[in-house]
Design a protein around this ligand. Structure first.
Ligand SMILES: [Zn+2]
Length: 333
């Protein structure tokens, strides 16, 4: 870790100096709030400078798992069906996570390495939402280019998980096998579904078409299966039809990347509160009703896309009330 930290510090640059995409505005910018999912074509001026690239690294048996982040966006308090905006804002304030324009969402990705292969879980929104587009730089801080990634697992076809695959209208991971659940591939490339969908999901539909076009090596996954020994798909359908998690397991240790099972502020304390993007709320609730107690009883180490960086924690049953417990990750050896 010390070498990694040193490299990360040495290569740290203010966000505002790197590339154009980081400055592309979104929900967290000042001024009028753009439609969700829209990409602004004028740079926002309120990007918060970050002096170092966030990286966090843990060992799971023979695997090294590195948390990377593409950036963040602040989600309006009105984006959580099941609770009114005032309730969400009060809960955010009580947790000291309230921002003027909403709940801070990180966009965390995870790089899984076993010494032979590099598997990236999710690709980030890449500038299509908020202050994002930092993933290539985070990989760069590890000395990696995107063409050194052997496989990408996309947990579902929302724009904030796949945008980086096709940012700039090209295949950004040319050497990678790409794995996405078949139910999501089918859903998000269905013109009838697209026609019936609200505006804020149109970007995801458009991107899904681009992904299929630009990644002929896309492998649609049917059900739970191993991708490589020790890295397997977990069915977490609900948030989207083909929403999946990824379990990394070796030597008696395990980590499960659960993607959008858990949203900050509202989860895991309740399961009858949702994120706006969730079209089948009954399915989303059913999965959280099953998953939260199971994860709590197993003490499962969890990685979650939108939780505060590095998104590592556990669900704890605190006298009947589920809460998120941040996991130690540094200096554990
Ligand atoms: Zn998401």
């Amino acid at each position: 870790m010390s070498q990694l930290s040193r490299r990360a510090f040495a290569s740290g640059l203010p966000f505002g100096l790197v590339g154009g995409s980081l400055l592309w505005g979104g929900l967290s910018g000042g001024g009028p709030t753009p439609a969700f999912g829209a990409t602004q074509d004028t740079p926002a001026t309120s990007a918060t400078p970050a002096s170092v690239t966030p990286l966090a690294q843990i060992r799971i048996g023979r695997f090294t798992v590195t948390a990377l982040t593409d950036g963040y966006a602040d989600m309006p308090y009105t984006f959580f069906p099941g609770r009114d905006a005032t309730e969400v804002e009060q809960a955010a304030k009580a947790q000291f996570t309230a921002r003027p324009s909403g709940v801070r969402f990180l966009f965390n990705q995870y790089l899984v390495e076993d010494g032979e292969r590099r598997i990236l879980i999710d690709a980030g929104p890449a500038g299509s939402i908020g202050q994002t587009g930092a993933l290539p730089r985070a990989l760069g801080a590890l000395g990696l280019q995107r063409d050194q990634i052997d496989a990408v697992i996309v947990t579902h076809m929302h724009q904030d998980h796949m945008g980086g695959l096709i940012a700039g209208g090209k295949n950004n991971y040319p050497k990678a096998e790409l794995y996405i659940d078949r139910r999501d591939v089918t859903y998000w490339t269905d013109p009838a579904k697209r026609n019936g969908a609200p505006d804020y999901l149109q970007t995801s539909f458009r991107m899904a078409g681009e992904v299929v076009r630009l990644y002929p090596k896309l492998q649609a996954i049917d059900g739970e299966r191993e991708i490589v020994p020790g890295v397997s798909i977990v069915d977490l359908t609900g948030h989207t039809p083909g929403h999946i998690g990824v379990r990394v397991e070796d030597g008696g240790q395990s980590l499960i990347m659960v993607s959008d099972m858990i949203f900050p502020v509202v989860h895991p304390g309740a399961t009858d509160v949702f994120f706006l993007f969730e079209q089948d709320r009954a399915a989303a609730k059913a999965m959280r009703d099953r998953f939260f107690p199971r994860a709590a009883s197993e003490g499962a180490l969890i990685a979650a896309t939108h939780m505060p960086f590095p998104g590592l924690g556990r669900i704890v049953n605190d006298r009947g009330q589920m809460r998120w417990q941040v996991a130690d990750w540094a200096l554990q050896n």
